[in-house]
Design a protein around this ligand. Structure first.
Ligand code: NAI
Ligand code: MG
Length: 363
């Protein structure tokens, strides 16, 4: 008997988005039917760059109200060759994250069994991180402007905005995450606060100060501070020394692509856009984009979406289902059924089928 029902909005959108989202839905349906303890109902929204080209908008006027009726949102990727990227990103993804106050962007990275890091002498277990990205303001606050268009003295500003309110809530979330992971000294958690507070002396200095203040609420959690440029070196040279990272919208965006690549491929990494207050549904998406170069070829790695689906289940309270799904995915990567980005020969469909049959063995 099914006791728990969740309503999931899917927004496959562009490029390989529809391919990986349908793989994700397939695996989730398999998992929920095998578990018998929860069920999922999916509602797909066809908002994409095609919709934008036809109607002039990515999201219809009542779109956000519709999303608010669901328990979670599963998002593919947005971006098309014939629409400027700033139009597509702001038109769809940021138009959901920002009004729904999904202020905590969570990006775990690890090396799966059977896959390898491009770093020498780094094996599964040596690289197991979670990056917490401030997702509501900073460099992506949307402040700025352009004047004197087309003139030699054309001017543009992109203003980074940092508020005590937003820094405080992301810090608290980051310390809680580090504490829950419990991987510092004495099992109390370890957090690296990343800034650029040598060169940027206002917003980034406030960021450092608030980190110290919030840190007082988490005695025992080991904290260290890194400048973002030095952090890239540490990620490459000493991955074992890192556990939880908190950084601004821009810095964490860049660090997390590096993290995903160091773990083997951008095709495995997930992202959660969380509203930790749970006033609004949270949104879950693979970290990668719409990948025009492989769209329609059936070779997109669906693993990022499977891990994303597991993160979504965890957020909904279905930790056991999430753990089974991750177990199935890692058993499959270990067995060598992988897409090309991981050095294998399988297509999206074979990997999806392999995960479904692995799930059957786990129940
Ligand atoms: P991308 O992530 O789409 O692709 C980068 C490279 O990784 C490509 O070579 C691609 O083939 C490969 N790749 C990505 N996902 C893969 C997967 N699942 N399996 C195997 N290989 C995979 O980034 P790119 O090329 O910079 O951007 C393409 C479009 O996607 C742009 O319009 C960009 O704005 C958009 N984008 C959207 C994001 C989102 O919706 N959250 C995030 C990043 C980019
Ligand atoms: Mg990115």
């Amino acid at each position: 008997s099914t006791s728990r029902n969740y309503s999931i909005a899917t927004i496959p959108a562009d490029g390989i988005g529809p391919e990986v989202i349908s793989a994700g839905v397939c695996v989730l349906e398999k998992l929920s039917s095998l578990s018998g303890t929860f069920s999922l109902s999916f509602h797909s929204y066809d908002w994409s760059s095609e919709t934008y080209k036809k109607t002039g908008a990515y999201i219809p006027h009542d779109g956000l109200d519709k999303l608010k009726q669901h328990d979670a949102i599963l998002f593919g990727a947005v971006g098309a060759p014939d629409v400027p990227d700033h139009i597509s990103l702001w038109g769809l993804r940021l138009s959901i994250c920002q009004p729904l106050q999904q202020y905590a962007n969570v990006r775990p990275t690890k090396i799966f069994r059977g896959t390898s890091s491009p770093l020498r002498n780094v094996s599964p277990g040596d690289l197991d991180w979670v990056i917490i990205r401030e997702n509501s303001e900073g460099e992506y606050a949307g402040q700025g402007g352009r004047s004197h268009r087309g003139q030699l003295w054309e001017t543009a500003t992109e203003v980074a905005v940092f508020t005590r309110h937003a820094i405080e809530r992301i810090m608290r979330f980051a310390f809680e995450t580090a504490k829950k992971r419990g991987r510092g000294k004495g099992g109390k958690g370890k957090l690296t606060v990343v800034t650029k507070s040598n060169a940027q002396r206002n917003g980034m200095v406030l960021w450092d100060e608030v980190a110290v203040e919030v840190g007082k609420e988490f005695p025992g959690v080991e904290v260290d501070k890194m400048l973002v440029d030095a952090m890239t070196c540490r990620m490459v040279l000493d991955p074992k020394s890192i556990d939880t990272i908190v950084a601004t919208n821009l810095h964490a965006d860049i660090l997390s692509d590096l993290a995903a690549s160091l773990a083997g491929s951008i095709g495995i990494a997930p992202t959660s856009n969380l509203d930790p207050t749970r006033a609004n549904p949270s949104m879950f998406e693979p970290i990668h984009g719409s990948a025009f170069d492989i769209t329609g070829k059936g070779v997109a790695n669906p693993v990022a979406t499977f891990w994303t689906a597991a993160e979504m289940l965890t957020w909904l309270g279905e930790e056991e289902g999430a753990a089974r799904l991750m177990e199935a995915v890692e058993n499959v990567t270990e067995s060598g059924v992988c897409t090309r980005d991981l050095g294998g020969k399988a297509g999206t469909k074979e990997v999806t089928e392999a995960v479904c049959s692995e799930l059957e063995k786990l129940f």
